[in-house]
Design a protein around this ligand. Structure first.
Ligand code: ADP
Ligand code: GN1
Ligand code: MG
Length: 376
């Protein structure tokens, strides 16, 4: 069984900071953000000219990511590729892509005496992230950001990318090799508390191979994709509420445009948050679905083939199903992967995702019609 290593405390993160090329005097350092994987801090420095500069420091999760060296090579390669394109179209590369800060000895990450990994980047100036969608415009803007991200990487050589998590969105592989063993092994002893949810997943086994089979048959092309397109992985301008920068590049790998579309819908078109315990509040907001589809397809749409377009609505359901299955797997394994705030957290998240899947199944004809109206 994987044991998650304890993260650093605020007290010792300040001991890590001098290993990076930050400018000025440290005036504040605190934990930040609501990601489920890495441990994120924000440190603010007063520079010699009196202005403040904030940096983001992350302790990387090295049980999830097995080769930090190669992962950081990926993110440096991807950000410099995007930076080049941003310069070409006259954008602001320092604000529109992540800007990594190297260590004082010129490395891409710092490893401490206990073997923990850290990286740092400039806090995207005057930006905020959202954990839920406030209005359709915001969600549409995030669709544009992820669509554009995919477009900017269309000429990136996918063969140079290291697969940070193999089979990340291979739902069939996850079903056979993670979910079923988790049910059988029942490591946490919690199986009896989630029999209904286990049945929900098993009843949809045949769906798990649909996208994988379309890759095998050559109908769906692999592209360089983000693979973790939830709303809080994009930074918005604090004033205009327009998207500025796509972040969290740890899972940029060869994948399907459908994964990026589907995962955004899973998170942002839910009428409730991902871990809402009151399932009456969970449903698919069709207005948000339409807004995101317009934004995403407006930027990336012309590159998509008919098979990709035909499967957009199904992919939204599949990414929601896969994520629910991963939460349930983690609950059965004893919470070894996702950060949790209380013992039932992963089960609550899984139930929320499955309620959303059921609602998407009921609304599938409307979802398909919306895509048709946009693309015809
Ligand atoms: P995780 O993999 O744990 O999700 P992220 O890289 O997404 O980690 O970071 C967690 C949160 O920290 C983000 O949702 C965002 O709010 C904030 N964040 C990360 N990087 C930056 C940045 N460069 N500028 C501003 N905020 C950031
Ligand atoms: C994780 O890192 P974060 O919080 O952005 C996870 C995604 C899940 C998501 C569910 C590397 O994303 O795959 O969809 O939680 N990231 C990884 O909220 O497993
Ligand atoms: Mg994140």
């Amino acid at each position: 069984m994987i044991i998650r290593r304890e993260g650093v405390t605020l007290q010792n993160i300040t001991d890590i900071l001098p290993n990076f090329n930050f400018k000025g005097d440290l005036i504040d350092c605190r934990e930040f953000g609501s990601g489920h994987i890495n441990k994120t801090y924000i440190a603010t420095y007063k520079k010699d000219d009196g202005a403040n500069q904030s940096y983001v420091i992350q302790q990387l999760n090295d049980t999830v990511f097995k080769n930090i060296d190669r992962l950081m090579d990926n993110v440096f390669a991807v950000t410099s590729h995007i930076r080049k394109h941003i310069k070409e179209y006259g954008g602001d590369p320092d604000r529109e892509t992540l800007h990594y800060i190297k260590t004082t000895d010129g490395k891409k990450f710092y490893k401490d005496s206990q073997g923990r990994y850290y990286r740092a980047y400039i806090f995207v100036k005057d930006s905020i992230s959202f954990d839920s969608v406030d209005n359709a415009e915001i969600f549409k803007s995030s669709g544009e950001a992820f669509g554009k991200f995919q477009r900017l990487l269309a000429d990136f050589d996918a063969d140079t990318l290291y697969e940070t998590i193999p089979d990340f969105h291979n739902t069939k592989w996850r079903y056979d090799n993670e979910f079923i063993p988790a049910v059988e092994n029942n490591l946490s002893g919690r199986r009896d508390t989630c029999l209904e949810e286990i049945e929900f997943v098993k009843a949809r086994e045949k769906d798990t191979g649909v996208l994988v089979d379309l890759i095998k048959s050559g109908d769906l092309p692999l592209r360089v994709t983000h693979n973790d397109t939830k709303l809080n992985n994009v930074m918005f301008d604090a004033d205009t509420k327009r998207c500025v920068c796509v972040i969290d590049l740890d899972t940029v790998m060869p994948g399907l445009a459908l994964y990026d579309f589907g995962d955004s819908i899973r998170f942002g078109a839910n009428t409730a948050v991902e871990d809402e315990p009151d399932l009456n509040k969970v449903s698919l907001n069709l207005e948000y679905f339409k807004a995101y589809a317009e934004g995403f397809l407006g930027e990336a749409g012309t590159a998509l083939n008919q098979c990709e377009i035909d499967n957009l609505a199904f992919a939204a359901k599949m990414m929601t199903f896969e994520c629910g299955m991963r939460f349930l797997t983690d609950y059965l394994n004893g919470d070894t992967y996702f950060k949790t705030d209380y013992p039932e957290h992963n089960l609550v998240r899984a139930r929320d995702q499955f309620k959303l899947v059921a609602d998407m199944e009921a609304k599938m004809p409307q979802m398909k019609q919306i895509i048709k109206d946009i693309t015809q």
